[in-house]
Design a protein around this ligand. Sequence first.
Ligand code: AMP
Length: 477
Amino acid sequence: MKTKTNAMPENASFSDLGLSPPLLKKLQRQGYETPTPIQYQAIPPILAGKDVVGLAQTGTGKTAAFTLPILHRLGESGDEIIARPIRALIITPTRELAAQIDKAVRNYGENLSTRSTCVVGGVSLKRQIRPLKQGVDVLVATPGRLEDLIGQRIIELDWVEIVVLDEADQMLDIGFLPAIKRILALTPKDRQTLLFSATMPKQIRELSNKYMKNPVEISVSQISSTAERVAQSVMFVAQPDKTKAAIALLNNHKGQRTILFSRTKRGCDRIARRLNGNGLNAEAIHGNKSQNQRTRALEAFRKGNTDILVATDVAARGIDIPDVELVLNFDLPQVAEAYIHRIGRTGRAGKSGLAIAFCNDEESKMLRDIEKIIKQKIPVREHDGTLAPEPTYDPNTNPDAERNYDHTKAKPSEPYEPDSHKGFGEKRKPQKNQGHKKKTKPGAKQNRTDPGKPQKPRRNRPGSRARKRHRSEKGKG
Ligand code: AMP
């Protein structure tokens, strides 16, 4: 498989890519003057019926990169089709992304007769079944609900011509890979398969080797360019001081469209409450909120009625909200790659953006991992907003070296509670390699001892059940 990374000519235009006149008209109305690099590279091979692996993240214009040629291809032979079987299937990891892609398909296909619908968990089945019974050309779905409806024989995939796997690496993270394989096995072998992923872990590579035919590989990996476009900085803040620091910082950026990332769902709610209590305008979005609440929160944010969206990673990934000015990483993510997705919420479609991360002592190893993958040092931001001199170590050549700052004041962070997919209506699978810590019961004492220090056996801890059992056994013996 050869990777196409050819540069795009300056005068590249949509009309050179072979798209049909109704689509070109729509793009003109949409105000898209030139194709983005992923569109320039992906549209011609997709139009030619080839399988394509696109290494690209959201914000690169990848939705249009696959939607436009799909609409073109369906339009070529679609008019005489009366029964309307599903001909293009787009699979995404999250409900929000599915809804967004469905909206894009309808929007770009405004001048065509193509019908699209979306099936995702967490919303009434009845309402989703009606359009399916009437017949759709394009189905956008999350894997759980899709398999549900296949099981109920409401959806058949026998006529699918094109399958898109979007955000494949996130589907892998969530544990959707087995479902994807089952779904692919139900589609015709001679289908066209398009796979988009921000990263290319081994399992995704294997998936493409097994299920795709000679794919053209296109890489517009924005990993470094997003990082370059976004002005990043990191502030060293002890965990208990983070909320206060966030309030101060957000007051300085009042009215700016901001996404604040918290690791935990409870954290999201607590932070949103504190921000609102301090004259800011925030709303939380995470896996424990109902689909309606999430849709309403996103809509309010999109319209500018809410300034700050307080979100977990899962809830925010893939969401396209233009003009996000600031991304505040209240907590650093559990996986370094997630940092790129988070800061990619700002600086979209060529615009610049601001990303500030809070880092406590425990998170400094993660900070170094992030710097390694973005291949740059993140400038340190002082609490008065000034940027400190560049750190003296190079994360690429000497990743284990310490930075030249003192973060001894930082305290242990709250226990990590992974975002749940239960609320998504999808089957919940354990996530691998996420470094989850064991949940601590609310109100339980946190272990603040040095992790390197050997722990007392439980039976030696006063008052413990193990001690009582040990003593009574000893008494008996
Ligand atoms: P996506 O990566 O698909 O989430 O797209 C990111 C954003 O870029 C969306 O808001 C699109 O509307 C916008 N966009 C996509 N293609 C173009 C284009 N050729 N010119 C300008 N904006 C675009």
